[in-house]
Structures are given as C-alpha cells and as structure tokens.
Design a protein around this ligand. Structure first.
Ligand code: ZN
Length: 336
C-alpha cells in the first residue's frame, strides 16, 4: 500500500514536470513559429510540403467540408486575424476571402493569392457540352459565355461577382509547381534562415510531381483511343483533362454556376446514356444518392467515385500527391 502511494507521488511529480515542460515548449513554439494559414486542403498540403521541417501551416476549411459550401465563422476570422501569412486560392471558390481579409484589415504583405499569380494557367469556364439545349442554365452564371454576348451591365443578380475563370486550377500539376514556387519565395523572405531547407523541399516536390506526371501520361496511353464518353457530377476536371489531353467529357449533372440541376439537363444526359455515348459517371460523395437514382449504375454505365478537392483525404503533406493519384485512378477506371 505504502509503495503504491510513493509511486503515485512520483507519477504526480513527473506529470507536473511534464505539464510545466509542455507549456514551456508551447510558448517557445508560439514565439518562434510563423502562423501560416492556408484555405483549402490541396493548398494546405503544398504549403506543408514547402514548410516541411520548419513549420506546420493551419488549414482553414478543415474536416470533410466542401469548399463550394463553406461559410466563415468567428473562429475562422480569428485564425485569419492572427495569421502572419494567409495563403488562398482566390477566384469564385473563395470570393469571400478578400472581403474577410479587408474586414480584418490584414496587411496585403501578409496575403498570398494564387489565382492572380502571373504564371498561373487559367481556363475559362467550359461551355456546356450541350450548350444550346441547356441555355436556361447559363443565365445564372457568366462563365458559359464570353464577355461579348451579354456584356456585364445587366447582371445584377447575386452571382454578379462571379468571374470568368474556372476555379479548379489546383488540378493542373503545372499550377501546383507555380503555387509551391510562390509560397517558397514568400516563406523564404519571412524566414531567411530556412531558405536552404525551403529550396530542398520544393525541389523534392517538383521531383515527385514530375514522376506523377510521367506516370499519368503513361497510364493514360493505355486507355487512349477507347471511345468512352463520361459525365461528371460537377465540372471540376477541365484543368486535369486539358493538361493530360483526356477526351470524352460529355457534360455535368449540376451546373458550374449554381451547383443545381434541372429536368432538362437530366433528360439530355439520360439521352446520351441511352444512345450509348456515355459509359461512365465520375461521381462525388456530394449528392450521390440523388445521382444514383437519376442515373442508376447498369451494365453499360459505371459509377466511379472521385474527390477533386480532396475532401475525404486527411490533411497534410501527402494529401496533394494522393489527390493527383486519385484523379489518375478515377480517370483510368472511367475510361478503360
Ligand atoms: Zn468544384
């Protein structure tokens, strides 16, 4: 009995020491480690790669949250306010960020917006595959028509802030290199003592991405020439398809502008399936039940799950690689 008590006293003391030590390191950490916030998972992953061994960036849109349906809360505002640097995609997917950063008066030197980088490959929203038939959808967004058709004057609806640029640009690995490069520069300026490590980190990233690119090209050759047409839940893959010359896109179930569908849209797609020109749907976790009902899996129509924003992947260094591998596998499975 006596012995046990002594042991617990020792354990108690050890615990006290541990707590003391922990708060000491926490303080040290707080005073030396830069507070870098990245908005979405792919971006946060690249930031984690660039800062490997130096600092751990914080993810704003964390958990299994769809960046298309994200709303800032006070806790997010606090994160942004306390940040040394906020790294964000910008564009239609994050149109709320510039406003938020304005509201908290975050100095522009602390902001790093990706979509506006000079080297960024930007694609306009893709015209709907069945553009003329689904014209009624197009009125909700600017993207489907060039500037010339309507002009901007009469757009006073709530989407009037929408740009012409498809916001899924992280799915082009060339753009990922550009993002890593811009972060490396920004972080090196802030942490000049880590310049060398940051350089090593992005060189490793380039190497891994080059390897993935080559692998994707090789594997896609194996399914090239197969006549498979496919449709997608939402039109998120233009950058990936463009980079790797993937053919067969035949439309999306929800419109890019509103993320909703219409009876006419569904009918058009069902028609294509009936005609046999579409053999696969790239589905997402979002809205899957509805899709499964509208376009049930059958002998000549496969469902392949894909996750373009990496929502279901765990955040961190390896996420971006896993995301691109998952794109590769999704398309291979769909096209074969
Ligand atoms: Zn999207």
């Amino acid at each position: 009995m006596q012995k046990i008590n002594i042991t617990s006293i020792f354990q108690y003391i050890a615990l006290l020491l541990l707590i003391g030590n922990m708060s000491y390191t926490a303080q040290l950490h707080a005073s030396t480690s830069p507070k870098i916030v990245a908005t979405t998972k792919p971006l946060h992953s690249i930031a984690s790669i660039v800062l490997d061994g130096i600092a751990k960036p914080t993810l704003l849109v964390s958990g299994e949250v769809d960046p298309h349906h994200f709303h800032l809360r006070p806790s997010h505002m606090k994160l942004l306010k306390n940040a040394d640097i906020v790294v964000f995609l910008g564009g239609d997917l994050e149109s709320y960020i510039p406003d938020a950063l304005d509201a908290i008066k975050l100095d522009s030197s602390k902001q790093l917006e990706m979509i506006s980088l000079e080297k960024m490959i930007q694609l306009p929203y893709r015209k709907e595959a069945s553009n003329h038939k689904t014209h009624e959808d197009s009125h909700h967004g600017h993207g489907h028509h060039g500037h010339g058709h309507h002009g901007h004057g009469h757009h006073s609806d709530k989407n009037s802030k929408q740009s012409n640029i498809d916001p899924h640009f992280w799915l082009n690995t060339e753009n990922a290199r550009t993002m890593a490069q811009a972060m490396a520069q920004k972080f090196s300026d802030m942490l000049p003592e880590h310049r060398k490590k940051i350089e090593d980190n992005i060189n490793l990233f380039y190497k891994e991405i080059n390897k993935l690119d080559e692998e994707i090209k090789l594997k896609l050759q194996e399914v090239a020439g197969s006549p498979t047409g496919y449709i997608t839940y939402h039109d998120a893959y233009y950058y990936f398809e463009e980079q790797f010359s993937i053919q067969g896109y035949s439309g999306s179930i929800v419109s890019a502008a509103t993320h909703t569908t219409s009876a006419k849209r569904v009918r058009n797609l069902q028609e294509k399936i009936k005609e046999g020109t579409v053999q696969c749907i790239l589905v997402e976790k979002a809205g899957y039940k509805k899709i499964a009902n509208l376009f049930p899996e059958q002998e000549n129509l496969r469902h392949v799950t894909i996750d373009p924003a990496g929502i279901s992947l765990s955040e961190g260094k390896s996420l971006y690689y896993k995301l691109i591998e998952q794109m590769r596998d999704g398309f291979i499975n769909c096209l074969q």
